[in-house]
Design a protein around this ligand. Structure first.
Ligand code: PMP
Length: 466
């Protein structure tokens, strides 16, 4: 089918934030272009999803996978390797979701798989101490200056639940400050002004969350220190701490101002509260040592997940010895897990971290991601669309609006209907992007120049027809 469209759009440049993270916008021209849509057969995916809908709510095990906000059915994956995903109809995609972040060295990396296969011969779960836990814990402790001790969990959600209980146990205070649009997993206390799938589906804060759980969660505006100060003033000596995504990935990609992070560090100290970086997404993604190393800020506690599990289910909370020793059985704050620290997940994490610790890996991720995001923004500009975006290392994002986007409310200016059309066009052309305007994208070491060039070529075609 031949599509033709005329696009005339206004534009304002996105801001250039200080420091290394690069944020930019695109500018408007008037274009009339034509392109040919490709054949994209999804017969088998559609069949599997039709059955899945009868078996699981929305047909999925996690909401964003259902593609609700971008329309059209999701494709069902058959296998993944390197930078690619292959669906059940045999379509190949350059994958920038990377199983939502963990696949940083590429999917099904041979070394990681060999390690996991070897470990698996000894069993999959011990429910008893395992030397691999020490090895992965030491890797995290060595890489992250603020971390003296680690507790492993099975997911980022669990890690955030644990850290919240620890914040309260350590300070003896109940309230917590989070930021609008930040996501810290689906524990009750965090489903207040939450990002990720909660925004994507346009849900208000979830039914089933008790008033009690929500009342102790205070919400501030990202990159707005004043909004945090006001909450501390109004809740004197009641706030256990502040938790944030040190680079936001769950309302799209939003970079923190250095002064904002420094201000939070200062303020929490003054108020006798803890500063907690939720690095489930940014940990070992932004740098070997996380966003805290990149920005040179030492939080009191941190959470990790995704990358440190190399594609197996993992989470962790970690921090200063004095605080962590309150966790059972060293201390009295209870938290546990049948499969926590299992050898398979530990080994996948260790092998992934070994690859990441090689010199030049993050420079490589940064260069590739820069090339990708600049290519996409240039393509948008050429076609006259207002799109802004940016990246740090192998994490990136863009918004279908003029920008700059510095908080969740800025992000909501995005043209999500246009994004949805663009997303489908990219999918049809073999590029798998997060099916939501409010999610970040992820590059891996396995992505090639050819992958990036293919993506940019597809972006040009699709921008011309939406
Ligand atoms: N915190 C952040 C910053 C996240 O990005 C996520 C998941 N995307 C979580 C917590 C929850 O992790 P999980 O999905 O593993 O429970």
């Amino acid at each position: 089918m031949i599509y033709a469209s005329a696009i005339v759009l206004g534009f304002l440049a996105g801001s250039q934030l200080p420091g290394a993270p690069v944020m930019r916008g695109s500018s408007a021209t008037t274009v009339v272009m034509q392109t040919t849509a490709v054949k994209h057969d999804t017969t088998k995916s559609d069949e599997i999803m039709a059955e899945a809908m009868t078996l699981m709510p929305g047909g999925v095990s996690s909401p964003v996978r259902a593609f609700k906000s971008v329309g059209g059915g999701p494709v069902v994956f058959d296998r993944v390797k390197g930078s690619k995903a292959y669906d059940v109809d045999g379509n190949e995609y350059v994958d920038y979701v990377g199983t939502w972040g963990p696949a940083i060295v590429g999917h099904a990396d041979d070394t990681v798989l060999a390690g996991v296969t070897e470990t698996m011969q000894k069993g999959t779960s011990f429910g008893a101490p395992c030397a691999l836990e020490n090895e992965l814990a030491k890797m995290v402790i060595d890489a992250v200056p603020s971390v003296d001790m680690v507790r492993f969990t099975n997911s980022g959600t669990e890690a955030c639940m644990g850290v919240l209980r620890l914040m309260r146990a350590y300070t003896g205070r109940e309230k917590v400050i989070k930021f609008e649009g930040c996501y810290h997993g689906h524990a009750d206390s965090f489903l207040v002004a939450a990002g990720s799938g909660v925004i994507t589906l346009g849900l208000p804060d979830s039914p089933g969350v008790t008033k009690g759980a929500a009342d102790s969660t205070l919400v501030a505006k990202y990159n707005d220190l004043e909004s945090v100060k006001k909450l501390f003033e109004a809740n004197k000596d009641e706030i256990s701490g502040v938790i944030l995504e040190p680079v936001v990935g769950n309302s799209g990609f939003i970079v923190p101002d250095q002064a904002f992070l420094e201000g939070l560090r200062e303020l929490t100290k003054q108020e006798g509260a803890l500063l907690v970086f939720d690095e489930v997404m940014t940990g070992f993604r932004i740098s070997y040592g996380g966003a805290q190393k990149y920005f040179g800020i030492e939080p009191d506690l941190s959470t990790f997940g995704k990358v440190i599990g190399g594609g197996l289910p993992v989470g962790a909370y970690a921090g200063k010895r004095e605080i962590m020793e309150n966790v059972a059985p060293a201390g009295s704050m209870y938290q546990a897990g049948t499969l926590s620290g299992n050898p398979l997940a530990m080994r996948a994490g260790i092998e992934t971290m070994k690859i990441l610790s090689q010199p030049g890996t993050y420079e490589q991720l940064d260069e590739k991601t820069g090339k990708l995001i600049n290519g996409i923004l240039d393509a948008a500009k050429e076609a006259g669309h207002a799109v802004c975006g940016g990246h740090i290392s192998g994490m990136f994002g863009f918004f279908f609006c003029e920008g700059p986007v510095k908080s969740f409310s800025d992000a909501t200016a995005s043209d999500t209907a246009k994004f949805a059309k663009w997303h489908r066009g990219m999918l049809e052309r073999g590029v798998y992007l997060a099916p939501s305007q409010y999610e970040a994208g992820f590059m891996s070491l396995a992505h090639t120049d050819a992958d990036i060039e293919k993506t940019i070529a597809a972006a040009k075609e699709v921008f011309a027809i939406i």
